[in-house]
Design a protein around this ligand. Sequence first.
Ligand SMILES: Cc1cc2nc3c(=O)[nH]c(=O)nc-3n(C[C@H](O)[C@H](O)[C@H](O)COP(=O)(O)OP(=O)(O)OC[C@H]3O[C@@H](n4cnc5c(N)ncnc54)[C@H](O)[C@@H]3O)c2cc1C
Length: 418
Amino acid sequence: FEQYLLEAIDGACEAGARIEIRGANRVIGLSALDPAKTADAPFRLNVETPEGRYDLDVDWVIAADGARSPLRAMLGLGFDGRVFEDNFLIADIRMQKAAPTERRFWFDPPFNRGETALMHKQPDDIWRLDFQLGWDIDRAAELDPGKIKARVAAMIGADTPFELVWSSIYTFRCCTMEAYRHGRIFFAGDSAHQVSPFGARGANGGVQDVDNLGWKLGAVLRGEASDALLDSYHSERKQAADENIRASSRSADFLTPRTAAHALFRDAVLDLVEDFEFARPMVNSGRLSTPCTYDGSPLNGVDALPDGPVRTRPGSPCCDVILQDGHLLERLPKGASLLAIGLDLPDRISLGTTPLPVLALSAAEDTEGLLAQRYLGASASALYLLRPDQHVAARWARFDQTALATAYDTMMGGGRDG
Ligand SMILES: Cc1cc2nc3c(=O)[nH]c(=O)nc-3n(C[C@H](O)[C@H](O)[C@H](O)COP(=O)(O)OP(=O)(O)OC[C@H]3O[C@@H](n4cnc5c(N)ncnc54)[C@H](O)[C@@H]3O)c2cc1C
């Protein structure tokens, strides 16, 4: 755990959150407490610690236990996909070098013939280097510090001093579970899905998983939504994982072509890029992670903003806008909210016992015209219903209490328990 995470958790606890961190606690068993029920019964976790074992009875489990997920194995669940038969040597070095801070990729460079290499800058004068090694390698020999230093020197120049800080060899695969929800057990992060490292989609996808699950589970626990809301965790995040797997597999196919057709395409693109601009966007060294638009989600309500911008349609993550007074995403209220543009609305709209905070903006605050471009389109006014994870749930040109209540109900999974 990094310090800033501990501080954020301390802050949340001071505000009343009940979070406890238990380091060196390993879950070694999971069983349903009531054998008459199956996945919907409360669970007992068997936990091993350096001081001994104990049992923990829990109502819900979020299995965020990584790519090898012991919990997935305990439940006998599958993890299907494609293994990319390649190894990459990763070497972090410390050096003072006035090289560009952008991510740099080499295809078939003189210092790694027939393979690729990657360099990008990290904080504190650390540079991360990746060397593609191929599939059939002697791992121990490749991890020999002398051999790694020789590779690095060939890449950065023999006269550039550096210190080898860390090294490792990784392989990757693109896999996903079929279902991310199993009753009261949810899989999140690498335990649910894995992608190639090209595109920074792994950790980003995991964070987006919990961003999606957190508000839904909170709403169900508080009795504000029915259990059906939790089903949308699987449908939305599986859709996102499939999108990530598609994008990162395409990058991997470009970087490490596995068929003659992939190799032909890659080499043709690389031949063309120097002289022809049209070929440059086809170089695929990883399309960087972007949040998924949940098209077709059961939580999406109406799109009643005529000719509204496509990028803010229901299901989309809100895009940011520079306003006269800060950034839009920073100004949005926490939790579910309303964004009103060019409409005269109070600070709060009540839906039964639920108060929805309103961020009301006017054209005067849209100093760069981005709010109109991204949220109004051809309309003079707009009202957006936003989910707690800042995805658009529904939008209209004007305020209508009945339509809003219907969309809010849909956003919360279509009804409350009890
Ligand atoms: C070389 C490389 C580069 C990468 N670069 C990027 C990048 O630039 N951007 C990006 O977004 N992603 C990147 N990733 C992917 C990213 O590292 C992973 O997607 C991310 O760490 C997954 O997070 P997670 O919390 O799901 O799993 P993990 O980080 O694996 O965490 C799982 C945790 O569960 C714990 N655990 C396991 N079993 C048990 C048990 N039985 N009981 C209790 N606890 C248990 C583990 O100790 C661990 O702390 C990269 C990956 C690699 C290999």
